[in-house]
Design a protein around this ligand. Structure first.
Ligand code: ADP
Length: 451
């Protein structure tokens, strides 16, 4: 600023000196005054022109380059340019932050909708779009209440009581594939709100399964318990002959055995669900497993049918399986045991192990028993699902056998496959992946195998 005044004063002094020296008619003071005045005007015009250039530059958005040198206008230009650049940088940074923030909301597994004061949609993520069937172009700035027509939602949205959440059907809900949503509205800022939606279909299904499971277990235990209680009462209250007493005690033993088997299968299932994956370094001999199955199948035939089945055993390409011996035995014997229990004694049961060219191997149990109607096949591995309820109970079944087989197979990376033709027979097979197999190295010991 000082330089600015100094330059004006110096310019005027210089002009005055020149005016003094070259004054017309020898009037030196007048010449000096006029020259100083003229110099002042010239300085003012140049200065105003520089100020006007700065103003033009500002009006054009301060984007282009303009050279104003140093001094008041030059420094003003530099400082304004710096301020504009800082502002632009800050705007870019906050744009990037907003972009990141929206990208994070976009990645959320939950639906997010931002609503303005009137309940109009400002923004929503893809999950919300799937939950409510929204379209960015069509529905942005539309009133959410007009787009989501579920009556429960309409009442919740209009009710203005957002303490709890609302459970409703999702847009993609159908009788084949139910979709249940939990929706919660959170007011924020001045009259705005945030709507969060969560897909709780799997959670509700798991809860329903848990309820069914508890109901099934209670039912399965209550039946033998009622029978037992009845026999106890009879023994206590009626004078019975020794033969009758023995018969009742035998029936009571049967019922308690049934409960024991049920509890043991339940424990097996819960162990399978809770325990770490089976080892990959421990090997179990297939021939040993199959010999044990054969022996136990023979005993089961004797108990149930009082004579052995026609059971054949065939191993093509003996192997060892990496995994848990007790689990594997339980899975294989459940299949062999089912064949024994459901196949009449005159019919055939074939148990085979076959190594395949790709390195996998298949364990299969084939029977010529009653077979299973196709509508039952997809549900056989559900807990407590039985086709022939009375046959299952009579032969000590719990309805958990195939659920255990499926679990064990999954834990060993194997697949359970069920094929059956009513009236002709069934084939249950487990295909083990080559990663869990090696050529037999464990020596087969006959007799009761230690698994
Ligand atoms: P369960 O203890 O009742 O045998 P599973 O889970 O082992 O339970 O089997 C489920 C149902 O599948 C059985 O109740 C039975 O009706 C049917 N099933 C299983 N194996 C056979 C088979 N080899 N032949 C005919 N039906 C079978």
């Amino acid at each position: 600023m000082a330089w600015r005044i100094l330059s004006l004063a110096l310019g005027q002094l210089l002009a005055a000196a020149i005016g003094w020296r070259f004054a017309l008619h020898g009037d030196a003071p007048l010449g000096a005054a006029l020259a100083a005045l003229l110099a002042g005007y010239v300085w003012l015009i140049f200065d105003t022109l520089r100020g006007a250039r700065l103003l033009r530059w500002l009006r054009a958005g301060a984007q282009s380059e303009v050279v104003l040198g140093s001094g008041l206008w030059g420094e003003s230009h530099d400082r304004i340019r710096r301020l504009v650049r800082d502002g632009e940088r800050r705007a870019t940074q906050s744009d990037a932050r907003l972009h990141d923030f929206l990208a994070a909301l976009q990645a959320s597994p939950n639906g997010v909708i931002l609503l303005d004061e009137q309940g109009r949609i400002e923004w929503f993520n893809q999950t919300a779009s799937a939950h409510f069937g929204l379209d960015v172009r069509r529905d942005t700035l539309q009133h959410l209440g007009n787009l989501v027509r579920d009556p429960g939602f309409a009442a919740y949205f209009a009710g203005r009581d957002y303490q709890s959440d609302l459970t409703m059907f999702g847009r993609q809900n159908s009788s084949f594939k139910p979709v249940r949503l939990s929706v919660h509205l959170h007011p924020y800022g001045e009259g705005r709100s945030l709507l969060l939606s969560r897909d709780i279909t799997a959670l509700e299904q798991a809860e329903a399964m848990r309820r069914d499971f508890v109901a099934n277990v209670s039912h399965e235990i209550r039946t033998p318990l009622t029978v037992l209680a009845g026999f106890v009462e009879t023994l206590q209250s009626l004078p019975l002959s020794e033969d009758e007493r023995q018969r009742y005690l035998g029936l009571m033993a049967q019922q308690s055995q049934r409960m024991q088997t049920l509890v043991s299968d339940l424990l097996t299932l819960s162990r399978l669900e809770g325990s770490p994956p089976p080892p990959t370094q421990e090997w179990v001999s297939v021939s040993q497993l199959m010999a044990q199955c054969e022996q136990d199948a023979h005993d089961l035939s004797q108990v149930l049918w009082q004579q052995p089945h026609r059971l054949t055993l065939n191993i093509e390409g003996d192997c060892d399986i990496a995994g848990a011996g007790t689990e594997l035995y339980s899975a294989l014997f459940n299949l062999v045991g089912n064949a024994v229990r459901y196949t009449p004694v005159q019919q055939n049961i074939a148990v085979t192990w076959k190594s395949l060219p790709d390195g996998d191997a298949v364990f299969a149990v084939e029977d010529t028993g009653p077979g299973i109607a196709p509508e039952h096949l997809p549900r056989l591995t559900e807990r407590f699902y039985r086709v022939d309820r009375s046959r299952s109970r009579e032969t000590g079944g719990t309805g958990l056998g195939l659920a255990i087989v499926k679990h064990v197979a999954q834990r060993h990376g194997a697949d359970l496959r069920i094929e059956s033709v009513p009236g002709k027979g069934s084939r249950f097979s487990i295909r083990f992946p080559h990663a869990r197999l090696r050529a037999a190295q464990l020596t087969f010991r006959s007799g009761s195998a230690q698994l």
